[in-house]
Design a protein around this ligand. Structure first.
Ligand SMILES: *[C@@H]1O[C@H](CO)[C@@H](O)[C@H](O)[C@H]1NC(C)=O
Ligand SMILES: *[C@@H]1O[C@H](CO)[C@@H](O)[C@H](O)[C@H]1NC(C)=O
Ligand SMILES: *[C@@H]1O[C@H](CO)[C@@H](O)[C@H](O)[C@H]1NC(C)=O
Ligand SMILES: *[C@@H]1O[C@H](CO)[C@@H](O)[C@H](O)[C@H]1NC(C)=O
Ligand SMILES: *[C@@H]1O[C@H](CO)[C@@H](O)[C@H](O)[C@H]1NC(C)=O
Ligand SMILES: *[C@@H]1O[C@H](CO)[C@@H](O)[C@H](O)[C@H]1NC(C)=O
Ligand SMILES: *[C@@H]1O[C@H](CO)[C@@H](O)[C@H](O)[C@H]1NC(C)=O
Length: 265
């Protein structure tokens, strides 16, 4: 299980950065705003054991040469920020909301904490967000519905609590929603029925309760559904079979009873 949520995302990373490059429009090159936005992150990083930001994010070179930063090929705006596994500790400043062309934001496997600033809602070009494997706290913000182009959202292995906001149901391009290992609770929102492109849903290791909503069986593209280790109740009906693309289903450690006479493929 742990391995599944871990290997596939690497494939997604590569695919999405390519996707970013293809969908940009040209604009007169000016890196000033982006440079200030990234420099805004530096004082919020309180621990950088390899001194990566301190020695590399300097005015000697353009932001486009900074470690973890990718600019569009036809202009000098930052389209991707990838600080994966750099042992960074700190918080996310509002300044990152100024990276107006950002399409790909990946800071997984660090020690970022605190809550997410609302200014990030301005990043309406984001297709890929990975805050997984950090120490973020707070609720999943309802303003995540600003990310109208979002395809992948990873918030796994953090301390997010509260319910899944219904507003996430409006992310009609969402294909990957990974929320395992948090302190999330409440019912799986009915609004999930509107995620008609959803392929992978990982909600395992939280405190979700209530019945499995029939709405879930309207997500016809679902390939992987992982709900293990929650407090879900009721009967798993034959409607699971409506999910014809489903290849992996994890339901263990809940209060569910299965009415399926034969196992799923
Ligand atoms: C770049 O943008 C900044 C802030 O918007 C502005 O002050 C500066 O004059 C611009 N530089 C160029 C070369 O256009
Ligand atoms: C920053 O890191 C990038 C990528 O590793 C490298 O190409 C560049 O030369 C570094 N810049 C400085 C000033 O160290
Ligand atoms: C993180 O970096 C360490 C040290 O370079 C490496 O051993 C580990 O496999 C990396 N983890 C991930 C998830 O990339
Ligand atoms: C960037 O964002 C910060 C905080 O949200 C704001 O105060 C600042 O004026 C912005 N800077 C630019 C250059 O847009
Ligand atoms: C975010 O966008 C709103 C409206 O699009 C704008 O009024 C606001 O100034 C933006 N904030 C930042 C920090 O860029
Ligand atoms: C799903 O989307 C439709 C159309 O936008 C909307 O009318 C409906 O209320 C949504 N369902 C839920 C449960 O939010
Ligand atoms: C599942 O499929 C059956 C038969 O096609 C249909 O009657 C039912 O409404 C479907 N359930 C959902 C939740 O879409």
């Amino acid at each position: 299980m742990g391995n599944i949520g871990f290997l596939f995302p690497l494939v997604v990373v590569v695919a999405v950065v390519r996707n970013c490059v293809a969908t940009l429009s040209a604009e007169s090159p000016n890196t000033t705003t982006d440079r200030l936005a990234l420099l805004g992150l530096k004082p919020h990083v309180t621990h950088d054991p390899q001194n990566l930001l301190a020695t590399n994010w300097t005015s000697v070179t353009s932001v486009c040469n900074w470690i973890g930063v990718t600019c569009g090929s036809d202009h000098q705006k930052v389209i991707a920020l990838d600080l994966t596994n750099m042992s960074l500790r700190g918080t996310i400043p509002p300044h990152l909301g100024n990276l107006s062309f950002l399409c790909h934001l990946n800071i997984r496997f660090n020690h970022f904490h605190g809550s997410l600033p609302m200014e990030l809602a301005n990043l309406s070009s984001l297709k890929y967000i990975n805050f997984g494997h950090n120490n973020f706290q707070g609720k999943i913000p309802s303003w995540f519905d600003s990310f109208t182009q979002l395809q992948s959202l990873f918030l796994c292995e953090n301390n997010f609590f509260g319910v899944i906001p219904c507003s996430l149901g409006s992310l009609s391009n969402l294909e990957v929603l990974i929320l395992y290992n948090n302190d999330l609770k409440g019912q799986i929102p009915i609004a999930i029925e509107n995620l008609s492109n959803l392929k992978w849903l990982y909600l395992d290791n939280n405190q979700f309760s209530g019945q499995l909503p029939a709405a879930l069986f309207k997500c016809r593209e679902l390939e992987i559904l992982s709900l293990s280790n929650n407090a879900l109740e009721g009967i798993v009906s034959q409607e699971v079979r409506n999910l014809t693309r489903l290849s992996e289903l994890y339901l263990n450690t809940n209060n569910l009873r299965s009415m399926l006479s034969v196992g799923l493929p």
